[in-house]
Design a protein around this ligand. Structure first.
Ligand SMILES: Cc1cc2nc3c(=O)[nH]c(=O)nc-3n(C[C@H](O)[C@H](O)[C@H](O)COP(=O)(O)OP(=O)(O)OC[C@H]3O[C@@H](n4cnc5c(N)ncnc54)[C@H](O)[C@@H]3O)c2cc1C
Length: 383
């Protein structure tokens, strides 16, 4: 079947909540700790073959090494070059280039005329639209007051992600722990995940501060090694966070929990608040969704994804993630940065009216192996 599709994302880089940032000092932090779970054989089958993974990783390592040798004045000439520099040649080739149109922002959405007006002036006419933006923002972009009211019972919490780059080796004392007397609900030793999540040992960085808040005796750049910690602090109207003291409070929490010593040298800090972090499974939620999702469906709009369909219980990466395969079977111009199994099932629903098990029966898909459906082979697809 021939496919006509278009992806539009308001962010300059793809990935949504499953992406990462790098500090100016070279420490990399995800949007909180991400663990790959799988409830689906189809999901397992779509992970790249081992040889392809090795190729991608080798290119990614080369890209990281080249980035360290490159002067700051050497900027990428275009988005494609930016991608190659960030994810390496092979991942750019098989994945990023396929994403088509990125870096455009929705500005207005005329649901009756089935048109999306992008900020750069482009008007996209669609047959069906899969939207993964938060559903209340979708309602706003449609100027639909009734829908905006329907969305009022939906609640969410924000996630503050804080990262610290530290000079020295990761201390042996850090093992399995319970933490108290600290503002974060989860801490991750992010340097454990990859050698490339922090600068290499020979990179010289000045100390910004000691963990106890005191100034270092010297601000001369010194070599590593380096390790890093990343932790998450939740926030909502019921649990406000003082952003002015968040970093200092968190570092004090690290000392209180023995994750840091007071004299540890901090060489990099990272703080970012993700406004929509966790959809709250509140008592009112199901009633609201039972109105919202069919209301939008009647307009050929499928609101999906972590905050598009607001279901935390099917809000992880195996449920929700960009899927290349689904795009090739999607017949109509649309905006799509969707989820993994939910994305596959949503596209099938548009194409052939298939049932969306993940969206409609979360308890069922989460309680079983979901092995009936498999991906034949694991070939890399291209447009
Ligand atoms: C703190 C945290 C920890 C997590 N831990 C795990 C974990 O351990 N394991 C796991 O599997 N999953 C985890 N997740 C969930 C994982 O990040 C999500 O499953 C995944 O990112 C959801 O994908 P999505 O496409 O549904 O939504 P998102 O990632 O939110 O993507 C939505 C996309 O829509 C775009 N968009 C928004 N508004 C507009 C607009 N107006 N116009 C155009 N584009 C727009 C955004 O830029 C974004 O790219 C975690 C999430 C968080 C926040």
């Amino acid at each position: 079947m021939s496919a006509s599709w278009l992806i539009v994302d308001s962010n300059e880089t793809p990935g949504g909540l499953a992406s990462n940032d790098t500090t100016p000092e070279g420490f990399l932090f995800d949007v909180g700790g991400h663990v790959i779970f799988s409830h689906y054989k189809y999901f397992d089958g779509s992970v790249l073959p081992k040889e392809e993974q090795v190729r991608c990783l080798n290119d990614l390592i080369d890209a990281a090494l080249e980035a360290r040798a490159r002067p700051a004045s050497d900027k990428p000439r275009n988005f494609d070059e930016w991608n190659t520099r960030n994810v390496g040649n092979r991942l750019n080739e098989i994945f990023m280039r396929q994403l088509g149109h990125l870096d455009r922002r929705d500005s207005r959405h005329d649901a009756d005329a089935k048109k999306v007006h992008l900020k750069d002036g482009t008007v996209v006419k669609y047959g069906s639209l899969i939207s993964t933006m938060a559903v209340e923002y979708l309602a706003q972009s449609m100027g639909d007051v009734k829908l905006q009211q329907m969305c009022q019972p939906l609640f969410y919490s924000s996630t503050n992600v804080i990262g610290i780059g530290i000079r020295g080796e990761r201390p042996e004392r850090i093992g399995d722990k319970c933490w108290d007397n600290c503002p974060f609900y989860r801490a991750t030793i992010f340097s454990n995940y990859s050698l490339y999540n922090q600068p290499q040992q020979e990179v010289k960085l000045p100390t910004k501060q000691l963990a106890n808040g005191q100034k270092p005796t010297s601000t001369e750049p010194q070599p590593g090694p380096y390790w890093s910690l990343m932790f998450e602090v939740s926030e909502s109207s019921h649990k406000p966070v003082n952003h002015e003291t968040l970093l200092a409070d968190s570092i004090q929490g690290l000392i209180n929990t023995d994750l840091l010593n007071p004299e540890d040298e901090i060489v990099s800090t990272y703080v970012r608040c993700f406004d929509h972090g966790y959809p709250t499974p509140s008592l009112e939620r199901n009633g609201a969704l039972q109105e919202i999702i069919p209301y939008l469906h009647d307009k050929d709009i499928l609101s999906r994804g972590r905050f598009g369909s607001w279901k935390y219980e099917v809000g992880n990466q195996d449920h929700r993630y960009v899927i290349r395969q689904s795009l090739f079977r999607f017949p109509l111009a649309n905006r799509l940065i969707c989820s993994f199994m939910s994305g596959v099932e949503t596209v099938d629903n548009v194409v052939s009216g298939g049932i969306e098990l993940t969206l409609n029966y979360p308890d069922l898909v989460n309680s079983r192996a979901n092995a009936e459906r498999r991906l034949k082979g694991t070939t890399v697809v291209s447009k």
